[in-house]
Design a protein around this ligand. Sequence first.
Ligand SMILES: [Zn+2]
Length: 1007
Amino acid sequence: MGHRMWVKFVLVLSLLLCCKSSLLFADGETQPGRDPKQPVDEAYTAKLRKYTTEPSFSSPLVDYLPASKNVPTPEVVLGDVAGAPGILPYAEDVYKYMRLLEKATPRVKVYAIGTTEEGREMIAVAVSSEINLKNLEQNHERLAKLADPRTIHLDDAEADKLVAQAVPVYYITGTIHSPETGAPTALMELAYRLAVDESPYIREIRDGVITLITPVVEVDGRDRMVDIYKWHLAHPQEFYPPLIYWGKYVAHDNNRDAMAMKLKLTQNVLNTYLAWDAQVLHDLHESVPYLYDNTVGDGPYNAWVDPILVDEWQMLGSRNVADLTKFGMPGVFTHGNFDTWSPGYLMFLAAMHNGVSRLYETFGNGGADTRERTLEPEEYARTWYKPNPPLPKTLWSQRNNNNYEESGLLASLHYFNENKRLLLKNFYLKSKRSIQKPSEEGPAAYVLPADDPRASVQADLLQVLLKQHVEISRAATAFEVNLPPKKEKKKPNSAEGEEKAKTAPTPTTRKFPEGSYVIRMDQPYSRVADALLDYQYWSPKDPQTTPYDDTAWTFGEMFGVQVTRVVDPKVLSVPMERIAELKPAGGAAGEGTIFAIENHAEPAIATLRYRLKDANIDAAEESFDAGGHKYPRGTFLVKGIASADLDAVMKSLNLHATALTAAPGVKTHPVRAARIGYLHTWISTQDEGWWRLALDELQIPYDYMSTQAIAAIPDLKAQYDVILFPPIGWNSSPTSIIEGLPTTWGNALPWLNTPQTPNLVGKNDATPDMRPGMGWDGLAKLREFVRKGGVLLTATDTSQFAAGIGMANGVSTTPADKMKIVGAIVGTRMVDSASPIAYGYDEKVSAYCDNGPIFSVNSVLGGRRRRLGPEGGGRPTGRGTKDDPDFVVGRAPDQIPDQPEHEVWEVPVPTDEQRHNNPRVIPPSDRPRVILRYADEKELLISGLVDGGKEIAQHPAVVDVPSGQGHVVLFSINPIYRGETENTYGLVLNTLLNFDSLNTGRKDAEK
Ligand SMILES: [Zn+2]
């Protein structure tokens, strides 16, 4: 039968069916449910009914499987139906099935879309009518024009023609979160249904939409999860190991990478999404009973998305709930506690690229066991947005999960198809409005100046924008723009205020040199650039009291590079050329035996040290002048390398070296490539994973080992100069780090590659039992390492550990009380710029902070001091005015002894009374040295939510504590996070490179 005939036949058939089916939907709408003329796969259908624990946990869309003579069902690969108990397929099996479909029907095509960090394949499966798949090229030409309306000169009439002809693309992504296991089998069966089912409801989807499916997003993690599940099936009575590694680097955070795009899965999904010019990205998760379509979610919504998208969220989400509710499925809702503020989620790639982002949370059992599930009262409560809540207690199966996922997706696809002209037009309008940004809401552009001293970091930031498919241009001339007039703050009525206003007028223009980078906002993907480069403000009074994720990300601040938001439209007429890629701009200038490399705390200079193994590199301990140029403190002085060799390395790293005629007359010390031991726990590898990724990118080698391993190393100091102990997460306590999980009951939790679990270890670490922690022997080894001269570097919860077990004398930590700094960017201030840890930094440093911990420093052991308000109460009640001294009647006024005063971040000099016969007083040379502190309360907020910041304001943020012959360097901020915080990487890298010179510039108190 030809296509046309076939369409006619089905049209008639669907009319016939409409009259017969139960009228779930309004007149004229296609009824969901099977085509009685198409045979059903009885055996398959019987099983899927058997595995569904309640009839209401299914729908007329999935309570049968249509039969096909030539297309295989998922059973051929799974050995049972999709969602069957006890069955979780590896990614490879899922792909095998998708490729069998491709072979069996012209309605399915499979595309390789890239590989993971561990080299596993990622795929996308297109399902649509044979004609749609045949005409992919022509269709894509139409979609591409809608995606970039500049190609049709923003002509709405032309767009309407394209909208009328184009077949839209709906992209579905499964199991990015590896313990959320249901999606792959649901998507296998969904592909089958879309290819085979002749019911009018499904046929309309097939003819009207291209459904694109990536059944497994986190492929490395999926295979590990299946291993664990198989282990569990083989040891049904035992505890099974928690999934400690998902992908190579990060676990749950793989769904928070849509800004910096460090992970392959993010890059592969975005490239696929944009290559197809898809309209929707719908990401599948599991956690909440039974289907939380958090398309609508909760506020605050991301402030950069187009209001058209907000409307689409309401439309798609609300209708989806209504459709599933009409099927009689309980527990489907779309409002909830997910705020749509952060653009870090995978699905948000669509929201930032003129599409529609959607996310499902369905209910899963973390595997394919069928289990009795008892919900928390708030989960089964009936609320205004959940009038038909989930059941308090029920038997739940993976098949139920698959029913919900497939029913929701099919209803979504059908509704999407019915409204595709509207949604395609919206797609065009959102793209057009992105291009019109300069003339509508602004800004006109962001400019990154060509003379930014941190060129290599600037290049890294620009690289992020290129990964986001943002267009970048370079100015062919120098240019000047007008800056927006600053609102004059009301000045106090004082002479001083007026004087200040006179001497420091607000600049009204800014000049940029030739070669500056211009991110024009008149481009289709202006929205994502705008969102990433702008500032965020989250009001402490926002009705949303529990932000779902970070509240700030301002990339200029997080990377520490200059980014100017330019409203002046003049910027768009500057002569400029779009660049396809970034050309490295570094090199070595001049000839000589000694080269100077300015230190601006660029991570690349650490790479340089490790790469130039044989060169002598010293750091200047003071700034100096040479050849009419001022070099900052920390400048690298390189000897013992040929100019040409240095030039090649410098080029690749975007760094500049200049030959000096003579060695500068300042004190120097050697910069050495520290031998790094890298500690992780078996509690969580989530946060440390981002540190590993950063070191790997910088090509800095390290030995990766767990806390369990160090007890067995005879002499840590003989092997390592620095031990990095990055944050663990979950605010892990010192006890949990030392003790681990209880071993006095239960069974061992192995993390090993075995024939049964071939994928578990990957390229990371292994243990026969995940439960033990560092142990007291391990702790003793760590202490010995530091006493013998090693450097231990800790951050957030591992800093609490170091301070808590007495490895950081004079530092105490307290958790926040009422303070709320939720993934925000805060101001910090350099306290001791003579420390090598501070090399390359200015006085002000923006840093990522997530509520501390709050450090206090003291010169007496056991002393804690945390300032919550103004210290001291002023003078007591007595004679005279507020500022007068008191007196005692009958004697001459007392001589009040001077008490030393100190700031919050300063180590107080012990008083004479404290020093008397007090072994707890720390000798001056052993006291903490504060390198960096949090800014004053008023200057703490840079971006995001900072509420009650006075708890942490002025407190130390980075402290260097001498301990025996070594050091413990403690961070309260997290300096390496999600590939977004390059500005603070240098604080860690400086510690590595100057591990044996940390006392440089240290000034000790006299007493
Ligand atoms: Zn999830």
